[in-house]
Design a protein around this ligand. Structure first.
Ligand code: ADP
Ligand code: MG
Length: 361
């Protein structure tokens, strides 16, 4: 059993950087929670506060319902995997994995048993006598994870553990860490700047920006119901398209006017943006929520000039532009486009999102 709860947690570093602002996060037992956001947004600081490696400036941290603000790291029963692996270069893999147990005075047999068990899980049994410099990046990464596993901690913390690996290995290790979570049934908090990692691994995702939590939710909620423009633009690849539009009422209908095209808005969205008639809004739509049309459809399609075409095999990304905006469409690879063509796309108006220009919400 291990729950982790941050209540109104703040971190102000000496020198005044307010790195984490009023963080409230509840992590359930056995949950895999990902903290994601751009570099410098406070992910590592948050993780280090949970580990006890960084003091909490104000607020409360509970592990299993117990206030642990003043509990030293070694008594928190937490293991952390660092981005640079932090292996001891002069020690063998076995000794690197055993080290944490030795200093905690476990007996030899227990240490042997736990290292063997972790090596088995991670498929590194044949590497136990090697030293870190005799290992590939992926193998080192496994050893770093192994060192955490042998501790049988209540909570695992991962700080960008895959960012030093090449793309292919990263995808493989991503799946391995997910299956490790299933196998160990432990609470895990995982930090990354990579939204694809966040989406694919997290039961729950915490999106941060400038020390402030923007939204907490499961992957599809963040993707389909982002609370603001930052979350909408950060989650998903290619990123969501944004256009500044004027909201107008014409002939009793709500329309948005981009300057080069107009779209009719109906249903829920029409109600929602009605108060903005006469004002500007940000119109957001995902690259896959566009239907190609071979001709213009009044009030339903936008005309763009095709710039770059990226055939990816399973899909094609088409970069288009109007006089005012850029956009990306994700289209069927069987449709042929040529640079300079005018292409017509119909956004799925049920799925588009509108944001207030000032607040970005
Ligand atoms: P992330 O892991 O999301 O990239 P960090 O938690 O490392 O972000 O950093 C958050 C903010 O705190 C940044 O502005 C960073 O410069 C600052 N910061 C991090 N560590 C320290 C420190 N030891 N002293 C002062 N400022 C720090
Ligand atoms: Mg970091």
């Amino acid at each position: 059993m291990a729950t982790v709860e941050l209540k109104n947690v703040n971190k102000v570093y000496d020198g005044g950087v307010h790195a984490v602002k009023h963080a409230n996060i509840t992590i359930q037992d056995k949950e895999f929670v990902v903290l994601v956001g751009p570099s410098g947004c406070g992910k590592t600081t948050t993780l280090r506060m949970v580990a006890g490696l960084e003091d909490i400036s104000s607020g409360e941290l509970y592990i299993d319902g117990k206030l642990v603000n003043d509990v030293p790291p070694k008594d928190r029963d937490i293991a952390m995997v660092f981005q640079n692996y932090a292996l001891y270069p002069h020690m063998t893999v076995f000794d690197n994995m055993a080290f944490g147990l030795k200093i905690r005075k476990y007996d030899k047999e227990e240490i042997q048993k736990r290292v063997d068990e972790a090596a088995e899980i991670l498929e590194i049994k044949e590497l136990l006598e090697r030293r870190p410099k005799q290992l590939s990046g992926g193998q080192r990464q496994r050893v770093a994870v192994g060192r955490a596993i042998v501790r049988h901690p209540k909570v695992f913390l991962f700080d960008e553990p895959l960012s030093n690996l090449d793309a292919k290995l990263r995808v493989q290790m991503r799946a391995e860490i997910s299956s490790l979570h299933t196998r160990l049934q432990a609470t895990m908090i995982y930090v990354t700047h990579d939204q694809v990692e966040a989406m694919t691994m997290g039961d729950k995702i915490v999106v941060m920006k400038d020390g402030v939590i923007q939204q907490i939710g499961d992957p599809l909620t963040l993707y389909n119901k982002p609370v603001n423009r930052f979350v909408a633009g950060f989650m998903g690849s290619p990123p969501m398209n944004f256009m500044n539009v004027e909201v107008k009422e014409e002939g009793g209908k709500i329309v948005i006017d981009e300057g080069t095209f107009k779209l009719n808005v109906e249903g829920k969205n029409a109600e929602a943006i009605k108060p903005y008639v006469g004002k500007s809004m940000v119109f957001g739509y995902r690259a896959e929520d566009l239907v190609y049309s071979d001709k213009a459809v009044d009030g339903k399609s936008m005309a763009v000039t095709v710039g770059v075409i990226e055939p990816l095999g399973a899909e094609t990304h088409v970069y288009g532009s109007t006089e005012k905006h850029q956009m990306i469409a994700r289209v069927d690879p069987h449709i042929t486009f040529n640079v300079g063509d005018t292409a017509h796309f119909k956004p799925d108006m049920e799925k588009v999102i509108f944001f207030d220009l000032e607040t970005d919400d």
